[in-house]
Design a protein around this ligand. Structure first.
Ligand SMILES: *Cc1c(COP(=O)(O)O)cnc(C)c1O
Length: 413
């Protein structure tokens, strides 16, 4: 028999989440999420949906009508985009500079695309010319990119790729989950056709909702595929089966009919997540999107200065680092996991480990969303310095904080 007395009320330990995501949610977002539910066709609810679309248009800097939420984590947004646009046999090009490029390849292969990749070593990004050369050789239907890859902390410049894609008539998608809200994102100015993101990085919310935006061109591509009312029931392999979107949940055509004026029933909107996503956008727009990006840059710079101040080496090409995550080489003779565990156990601070070729080589420290603040940066630096000194890596004690303070002081001038 299940002993229900053994299951306490949820009461997680107090943690300061300074890894590559998730991070502590802004208390305003948590408050919005604890609001009571309403019916999915209540006029108040449909008005909240419309407001959420308007808020994310502003955040994405786009006039795209089709700017809305996919219910699910960031991966749900990625999957909805790819499943809805890519037909079996379509050629896609994926520039891979970290783990999330591999994820795009994997999902595209499940869509039975012909996947072509180019790659650079982890810690670098692509020169636009390299992408254009590959587009000319491969002639893909879509270019699938990652803007900020948390596995390497690098930010791929996208500004020039849109124009290249237009010239060669290629659909241009990016996964902006890690970067959105903390680094520039200009959907219309950069000519992006489709972007997806998540709340748990710079947007300061929990994971579970994926804000997406689609250009009219991308929406047309989706609309031109087959949806249920156009005859999935009768479709056979002989008759355009490849045109069918093989997912109901992620069929963007049906989701657009749900968010659009038709309000055709699809899923039940995840109301509490929508309340949270709406508040994430409202917080950033009240601060000012450019101010919010500048805040991420300031605290990212202060963290970097502090890390260098204590004699640690940052990872990758710093010119192309995201504002909100820093890779830090684990010094020789230091047990990376012992440091992380001591930070967690004795200070309640979580920093990130890493994957693949960087496993055991670097830590990843994030300063994003609600946690992109002076107090969190200074606390993390002082705790890390103390723990390193406890375990045989000697630093000039206090140097980290002084270096970070210098960044803050010069920013105030
Ligand atoms: C963190 C991250 C994700 C996360 O996806 P989830 O489904 O929310 O776990 C996706 N893409 C990128 C680039 C990320 O950095």
């Amino acid at each position: 028999m299940l002993d229900i007395q053994a299951f306490d009320q949820i009461n997680p330990p107090a943690r300061l989440l300074m890894g590559p995501g998730p991070i502590n949610a802004d208390p305003r977002v948590l408050r919005a999420m604890s609001s009571q539910l309403i019916g999915q066709y209540d006029p108040a609810m449909t008005e909240y949906m419309n407001q959420t679309m308007a808020l994310y248009r502003a955040l994405y800097k786009t006039n795209n009508e089709w700017t809305f939420l996919i219910d699910g984590t960031s991966r749900a947004g990625i999957e909805a985009m790819l499943v809805s646009a890519i037909r079996p046999g379509d050629k896609v090009l994926v520039p891979v500079f970290g783990r999330f490029g591999d994820l795009l390849c994997e999902i595209a292969r499940r869509c039975r695309a012909e996947v072509h990749t180019i790659s650079v070593p982890w810690g670098e990004v692509f020169d636009p010319q390299m992408v254009e050369d590959a587009i000319i050789t491969i002639k893909p239907r879509a270019l699938l990119t990652v803007q900020g890859d948390t596995s390497t902390t690098m930010l791929q410049p996208l500004a020039e790729l849109g124009e290249i894609c237009r010239r060669h008539d290629v659909l241009f998608y990016t996964d902006a989950t890690a970067s959105f809200g903390g680094n520039p994102m200009e959907v219309d100015a950069w000519g992006l056709d489709a972007v997806s993101a998540g709340l748990q990085k710079c947007l300061g919310g929990p994971s579970g909702s994926s804000p997406v935006t689609l250009s009219d061109r991308f929406a047309d591509v989706v609309r031109n595929r087959k949806h249920v009312e156009q005859g999935i029931r009768n479709a056979t392999h002989q008759d355009g089966c490849d045109e069918i979107i093989y997912s109901n949940y992620f069929d963007l055509g049906m989701i657009m009919d749900y968010w659009g004026p038709e309000r055709l029933n699809h899923h039940t909107e995840a109301t509490s997540m929508l309340f949270g996503a709406r508040e994430c956008a409202r917080i950033i727009l009240q601060e000012g999107i450019d101010t919010c990006i500048a805040r991420h840059k300031l605290h990212g710079d202060a963290l970097l200065a502090g890390i260098q101040g204590m004699g640690l080496k940052p990872f990758g090409d710093l010119k192309h680092k995201m504002n909100n995550v820093l890779g830090v080489y684990i010094p020789e003779n230091v047990h990376g996991e012992q440091i992380r565990q001591t930070l967690l156990n004795d200070f309640g601070i979580e920093i990130g480990t890493s994957f693949g070729p960087l496993h055991g080589k670097i830590w990843r420290i994030g300063t994003m969303g609600y946690n992109a603040r002076k107090d969190t940066v200074l606390m993390t630096l002082s705790a890390l310095e103390a723990v390193l000194n406890r375990f045989s890596f000697k630093t000039a004690q206090g140097a980290a904080l002084q270096a970070a303070w210098d960044v803050y002081a010069s920013a105030e001038i």
